[in-house]
Design a protein around this ligand. Structure first.
Ligand code: SF4
Length: 354
């Protein structure tokens, strides 16, 4: 096959992928970025129920953009992922972004597209004018959604552009590019690293990396966390048939002690999107199981359980004893009752895939 034909096939496949994403209510930006309205933005606007990031960190849910600069691209093929992927690995190059769009353009378009996602709420009788106007002026961005954000080579320029607009940035990564994180010119407001595995073998099985050295890259990233001045979070996703075992807790304890994150989120896998073809509904632990395993991890690492959110099945661990890190002023904090009902899965993804 000539290069020209290979390129044509890739372009056709990407076009098909973009069309599919549009049907799934992604708002595409340029060549590789996207915004999608979070389920909790709707809940916050229509019912004044706020997400777990409001409770844990003070994020004003209705003013938060769910965004990715790398919506189709990643170096992993995790079993629990809902990133849109081709049926096999040959249809487009999923490991390198097709180009690197200008960060200012991406940020301006992300805000514009977020405004479009909330524009219909003007007509909702239950949405206050004040909240609607606030939603039109976002204060926060979760750089996550799907894909690996650090594949976008200008990630620190992107963070800077959001900060110039007085927005906070939560950067979520699977930690496969420690060299990018080590050399960030501008730190995100808060850095998240997501993990599920606890050894090279479990990583190879569950996260399906494109290269066998990505587990050691992940460990390098975790060892970098103490050098960050911004707060850091390690998110552990619990999957019943995979990592709810004592060996995982033992291995995580040793990793977490080195990484010294400001927070640890222990969270349930959610049986949604493409993950339903790879994992079973039974893999989704209940909130009380998440709490039980979070207690084991807390004890092994010497952290305390400081908050939890039943609707999102997530428990927060920290060495802090008060919610001193707050980025906004939502009407909910660590000790408040939960905002809504247990997650039912009927609304789609409750938060990002990565
Ligand atoms: S969960 Fe995240 S890291 Fe894993 S394949 Fe999906 S986008 Fe990539």
């Amino acid at each position: 096959m000539t290069n020209r034909i290979a390129k044509q096939i890739q372009t056709t496949q990407l076009k098909y992928a973009y069309d599919t994403l549009r049907k799934q209510k992604y708002h595409l930006i340029g060549a590789h970025s996207a915004v999608k309205k979070c389920y909790w933005v709707h809940k916050a606007l229509t019912e004044q129920k706020f997400c777990y990031k409001a409770k844990f960190y003070g994020i004003e849910t209705h003013r938060c953009i769910q965004f990715s600069p790398s919506v189709l691209w990643c170096w992993n093929y995790c079993l629990h992922c809902w990133r849109y992927r081709p049926a096999d690995r040959t249809k487009w190059t999923e490991t390198i972004l097709p180009s690197a769009d200008d960060p200012k353009f991406i940020v301006e378009m992300a805000i514009k597209e977020h405004r479009r996602t909330v524009s219909g709420y003007k007509m909702y009788p239950s949405v206050s004018k004040k909240m609607y106007e606030e939603a039109r002026n976002p204060k926060h961005v979760a750089i996550s959604l799907t894909g690996e954000a650090t594949l976008y080579t200008r990630i620190d320029d992107l963070i800077e552009e959001f900060h110039k607009r007085n927005m906070t940035t939560f950067l979520v990564t699977r930690g496969v590019r420690p060299e990018i994180l080590a050399n960030l010119r501008v730190e995100p407001t808060q850095l998240y690293v997501s993990i599920e595995s606890y050894s090279p073998e479990t990583y190879a099985y569950f996260n399906n990396p494109i290269s066998s050295n990505l587990w050691s890259k992940t460990l390098q990233t975790l060892e970098l966390l103490p050098s960050f001045t911004s707060p850091t979070v390690i998110r552990i996703t619990l999957v019943r048939s995979f990592n709810m075992n004592n060996e995982a807790v033992k291995q995580w304890a040793s990793i977490l002690k080195k990484a010294q994150p400001s927070f640890i989120e222990v969270k349930a896998y959610m049986h949604i999107g493409g993950s339903i073809t790879r994992l079973s509904r039974d893999d989704m632990p209940t909130h009380s199981e998440v709490r039980e395993w979070a207690s084991k991890i807390a004890e092994a690492v010497g952290y305390n359980i400081v908050s939890e959110s039943k609707p999102s099945r997530v428990v927060l661990l920290s060495t802090l004893d008060k919610p001193v890190i707050r980025y906004g002023n939502p009407p909910i904090s660590w000790y408040d009752p939960d905002p809504g009902d247990e997650f039912s899965g009927e609304y789609g993804a409750p938060e990002e895939a990565i």
